[in-house]
Design a protein around this ligand. Structure first.
Ligand SMILES: NC(=O)c1ccc[n+]([C@@H]2O[C@H](COP(=O)([O-])OP(=O)(O)OC[C@H]3O[C@@H](n4cnc5c(N)ncnc54)[C@H](O)[C@@H]3O)[C@@H](O)[C@H]2O)c1
Length: 250
């Protein structure tokens, strides 16, 4: 008898940043593969709305950058097989444009948040030889113009992935996805904030940044996450996978 690959029946997953973009598509794809998903997000209303739509899902409102909130809301999750760390924020600016407050704000969400959530859930994941998928970025691998703080936080995510794989080589699996530019509310917010009067020209430049000629789609990243947390990826650990339309191949 053959089994269908990439099934997650009976698995329990928590997705941070699960209410939007890549995280939202991860919630949808994992649910379709049979998992029951906890949609974790600082945006309680959107998390609740998505959880209502997805069979077996629940919502968990939490600011992952706040240690007390993570301890109160995420640490009590009783059992878990899969953690997807997708919550993250961006910032445009080279080093001279970057204030210490903004630098810290980015680190608090992207790095401290991933640290706090992963540390809180590690015992549950170790208990079942669970799987962690961190959403990094090509910005963690190469320099991206005027993204000083963002590149620094995503470089940290790559390093944290590899370090964890070394400390827990048989107890868990932990991998990192590094997407190129992905057409999500993250990018829409960036266009609105930094290029309000030249949105379409800037959008065209964002498409062109990928040699393939377009931005990625959140669901394309979610399918890579599904692979990584499925049994078919059993041999994949401590890996950093690009999905960027050829950006980093150039
Ligand atoms: N969109 C891209 O081009 C792109 C490319 C590479 C990597 N990424 C990374 O992918 C991840 C998801 O990005 P996206 O494009 O889906 O963004 P998005 O803005 O659509 O979604 C991010 C979600 O994270 C949540 N969030 C933000 N801060 C939070 C906090 N403190 N606590 C809990 N939740 C919080 C937001 O409410 C939002 O729902 C991020 O880590 C981002 O850096 C995005």
């Amino acid at each position: 008898m053959t089994t269908t690959p990439f099934r997650l029946d009976g698995r329990r997953a928590l997705v941070t940043g699960g209410a939007s973009g890549i995280g939202e598509q991860c919630c949808r794809v994992l649910t379709a593969a049979g998992a029951s998903v906890i949609v974790c997000d600082v945006d309680a209303a959107r998390a609740e709305a998505l959880a209502t739509e997805l069979p077996g899902a629940s919502a968990l409102a939490c600011d992952i950058a706040d240690e007390a909130s993570v301890a109160a809301r995420i640490a009590p999750v009783p059992a878990l097989d899969i953690l997807i760390n997708s919550a993250g924020i961006g910032l445009v600016g080279g080093i001279e444009e970057t204030s210490l407050a903004d630098f810290h704000r980015l680190f608090r969400v992207n790095v401290d948040g991933t640290f706090l959530v992963t540390r809180a859930l590690l015992p549950r994941l170790v208990a079942v030889r669970g799987s962690i998928v961190n959403i990094g970025s090509v910005a963690g691998l190469i320099g991206v113009k005027r993204r000083y703080a963002y590149c620094a936080t995503k470089g940290a995510i790559v390093a944290m992935t590899r370090q964890l794989a070394v400390d827990y080589p048989t107890q868990i699996r932990v991998n990192c996805i590094c997407p190129g530019t992905v057409e999500s509310p993250f990018v829409e917010g960036y266009l609105e904030k930094y290029h309000k009067h030249e949105k379409e020209e800037t959008r065209a430049q964002l498409h062109a940044r990928q040699p393939i000629g377009r931005m990625g789609r959140p669901i394309e990243i979610a399918h890579m996450a599904l692979y990584l947390c499925s049994a078919e990826a059993e041999f994949c650990n401590g890996s950093v996978l690009t999905i960027d339309g050829g950006w980093t191949a150039a």
